[in-house]
Design a protein around this ligand. Structure first.
Ligand SMILES: [Zn+2]
Length: 511
């Protein structure tokens, strides 16, 4: 045996939940049981004792590798109260930035600053006229550019979502549905090496937070790049193809021609946008806005035609759906796909599933959908007091993030962060799920941990080798400083990761 980890071991295998020792050989788990069972092996193995708790390495089912990784090198403006403060922070970063390089500001929330708006082009020009400058909303959809960036990106004033002034000139503000095209054009301006270095920021952060597997939802170029350079990373990359829109058959064709990548990649579409930008598609209108029902990004038939191509080729499909109308549309499309291609175990995914109707939860369960959900959206977007979304959806906020209802219907939920929309913090996610503002939707610590381990593995058809500590599985293990089952919920997010092991190798050790 190469290594033995001793401690209070939570295997996340309901049939054999607790153990005292895990034995590792050649990157795989070869023993799980009481400590006396590995007594004979002790002399040759590297022995490790954990005083807190040992769990399978965490899995995040929804991360935006790029541009999030690039943004980690930018400046966080979430603490600023007004545009002056934001510009000052961006200038500080600008002073350290070489001409021609991007100056990026992330985690901006227009509703949280005095002016309640994005900085305009002229304000961003004051940061730099030689460097491209971009500020991005916390939900990653709307963003704003300076003049230099507008030139480099060659923004098309006729595109829906690109704001123009009275003279038809581009203002620099971009929102749905143009955001996807524009963010992709922006990524095209970075070299492969810059993108890989950007992703290394996330990879390092993920390993430090106990993760061993990260589902990255990105363009074909990015997932191919990450997949081909997997050996550079501490965590395993599980690709999801994020396409520009429902007419981007080109990216799907490229994937279908890639024999290796297509075996492990899920194809993701977008059903709608987000409530913050009034693009989440709702059945009833937005609060105090009787004509606004958000935006369905395409018709039922368009979404069906698009997802049919990967589906009939045996690939897993997924769709981002936040509002109840978008969720209903996605479910209708999945039902049609299921009728046309009636095979078992296709596990169509829905991302976010934020405000489903009760009937949609039942229907998702009937269609064996799996859900990629992000508990920290409750804290960051909906608000623990539910005020974050009440201004958009009123009392319907109580239907958001229905964890208990989904689990009670038998749905499999894979936990995630939507990084960089929220942080990659599974224990904080557990705390939020346990303190859900709607009491009936609370779930337990154990159930949340399942979301970030064994159930997350199911979303990627990886349950035979990931998500549990079981003989034959990958030796992906996290050692926590304290036992999460022995602390109060509010102390969960203070528990540090002591060590992260991926395929038997230490990929993070706390200093
Ligand atoms: Zn996302």
């Amino acid at each position: 045996m190469d290594k033995i980890v001793y401690g209070k071991i939570y295997t996340m295998d309901r049939e054999n939940p607790i153990a005292e020792a895990v034995g590792i050989s050649d990157g795989k788990i070869v023993y799980v049981g009481d400590s006396s069972g590995v007594e004979m092996e002790k002399a040759d193995a590297q022995c490790e004792y954990c005083g807190g708790a040992v769990l399978p390495g965490f899995i995040d089912t929804h991360v935006h590798a790029i541009p999030s990784g690039l943004f980690m090198a930018g400046v966080d403006v979430s603490g600023e109260n007004d545009i002056d403060g934001i510009i000052k922070k961006m200038k500080e970063l600008g002073a350290r930035t070489a001409p021609g390089q991007w100056i990026l500001a992330a985690k901006f929330q227009d509703k949280n600053i005095a002016e309640k708006r994005f900085p305009i082009k002229e304000e961003l020009d004051s940061v730099s006229t030689e460097c491209p400058v971009m500020i991005c909303h916390n939900d990653t959809h709307p963003f704003a550019f300076n003049t230099k960036a507008i030139e480099m990106l060659d923004l098309d004033p006729k595109m829906d979502g690109i704001e123009v002034d009275g003279d038809g000139k581009v203002t620099g503000f971009v929102t749905d549905p143009a955001f996807m095209d524009v963010s992709e054009s922006m990524v095209d301006l970075f070299s492969d090496e810059e993108l890989l270095q950007g992703y290394e920021n996330i990879d390092k952060y993920a390993a430090g937070n106990g993760y061993t597997t990260v589902f990255t939802k990105d363009s074909y170029r990015v997932i191919k790049l990450l997949f081909d350079n997997q050996s550079r990373f501490k965590t395993e990359v599980k690709p999801m193809l994020r396409t520009r829109n429902c007419f981007d058959f080109q990216s799907v064709e490229k994937l279908l021609n890639d024999e290796e990548l297509k075996k492990i990649t899920c194809v993701c579409a977008f059903g709608d946008g987000a409530f913050d930008s009034y693009t989440g598609a709702t059945v009833e209108p937005y609060e105090g806005n009787p004509d606004n029902f958000g935006t369905l990004f395409q018709t039922n038939d368009e979404l069906y035609d698009y997802l049919e191509l990967p589906y009939k080729n045996g690939l897993q499909v997924s769709c981002h759906a936040i509002g109840d109308n978008a969720i209903d549309q996605v479910l209708n499309v999945y039902e049609r796909l299921h009728v046309a291609y009636p095979e078992d175990d296709r596990r169509p995914r829905i991302e976010h599933f934020e405000m489903p109707k009760k009937a949609a939860i039942k229907k998702a369960a009937r269609l064996n959908c799996m859900l990629g959900m992000q508990p920290l959206l409750i804290e960051v977007c909906e608000g623990m007091d539910m005020e974050g979304y009440r201004c958009f959806v009123g009392e319907r906020v109580k239907r958001c993030s229905p964890y208990r209802s989904c689990l009670d219907e038998g749905l499999v939920i894979g936990g995630g962060s939507d990084f960089s929309v929220t942080e990659m913090l599974p224990l904080r996610s557990a705390m939020i799920c346990m303190e859900h503002p709607v009491e009936e939707e609370r779930i337990s610590l154990y159930e949340t941990l399942e979301m970030f381990t064994c159930n997350a593995a199911k979303l990627g058809f990886m349950e035979h080798r990931k998500g549990m500590l079981k003989v034959g599985m990958d030796a992906d293990i996290v050692l926590l400083e304290k036992n999460p089952f022995n602390v109060e919920p509010h102390q969960l997010s203070d528990i540090a990761v002591e060590k992260t092991i991926r395929a038997g190798k230490d990929v993070y050790i706390k200093e």
